[in-house]
Design a protein. Structure first.
Length: 232
């Protein structure tokens, strides 16, 4: 499948590398490819040090770096791995015509670190970033998923031992089926993928982040998850 991953940070890179390893035709989208490749500074996500993009690109030669519009045009499936604060701006650059009719897997959280850790959300309770994206791009099939775990666990759920759950939310049943298949290819057991309903359920997934980051502080690791159990 032709897949566009929007965002060049650790989340986007891990997803792109995993999808490439699974045999997909993957491109990564960024605002300015030349500027992205020219950066020399390292960054840190969670407790993971991330090298400059050019270094990572050299290690993944099959994955092309493209401007947002070209990346969106390439992808049959589009993954939003940009920072939540800039997701709507990034998608505007991709262009509505390049998202129309496509499954748009939204991985972003609208985090606000201005008051320190754990972060708050810029939108909550009565709205969500997932819903904002769906309203802005009504012809796209937005599915919210994977935001409840650290990016390394997204693509390798076995990093957290035992059974644990992941969620999907979206208005289009077939789009959620596409995302389910992708999750299963990452190693998520089908029975642990829980459908929360329409895109309004993105509020619940995004708001879980407060508990997640509080658990990170309490347990000292980003590699954790919850398991939903119920009586038979």
């Amino acid at each position: 499948m032709k897949i566009a991953v929007l965002g060049t940070g650790l989340v986007g890179r891990l997803l792109a590398a995993r999808l490439d390893a699974l045999g997909h035709d993957v491109v990564v989208g960024t605002r300015d490819p030349q500027a992205t490749l020219a950066r020399t500074e390292w960054s840190k996500t969670g407790d993971v040090d991330t090298p400059p993009y050019a270094q990572w690109q050299a290690e993944h030669p099959r994955i092309r770096l493209l401007p947002f519009p070209q990346a969106g045009a390439h992808g049959e499936l589009v993954l939003n791995a940009t920072g939540g604060a800039v997701s709507l701006d990034a998608l505007e650059e991709v262009g509505a015509e390049n998202l129309a009719g496509k499954v748009l897997l939204d991985l972003a959280l609208p985090l606000d670190f201005s008051e320190g850790f754990p972060p708050t959300l810029t939108v909550a309770n009565s709205d969500s970033l997932g819903e904002q994206i769906q309203r802005t791009y009504p012809d796209a099939k937005v599915v919210k998923s994977l935001t409840s775990v650290f990016c390394q666990v997204m693509v390798e759920p076995s990093r957290v031992p035992g059974e644990h759950s992941i969620f999907v939310a979206g208005n289009d049943t077939s789009a959620k089926g596409t995302v389910r298949a992708l999750l299963e290819s990452f190693g998520w057991p089908a029975e642990k993928v829980i459908d929360l309903g329409d895109i309004s359920a993105a509020r619940a997934v995004e708001m879980y982040s407060r508990l997640y980051f509080t658990l990170v502080g309490a347990l000292g690791t980003f590699e954790l998850n919850i398991n939903v159990v119920r009586s038979s």
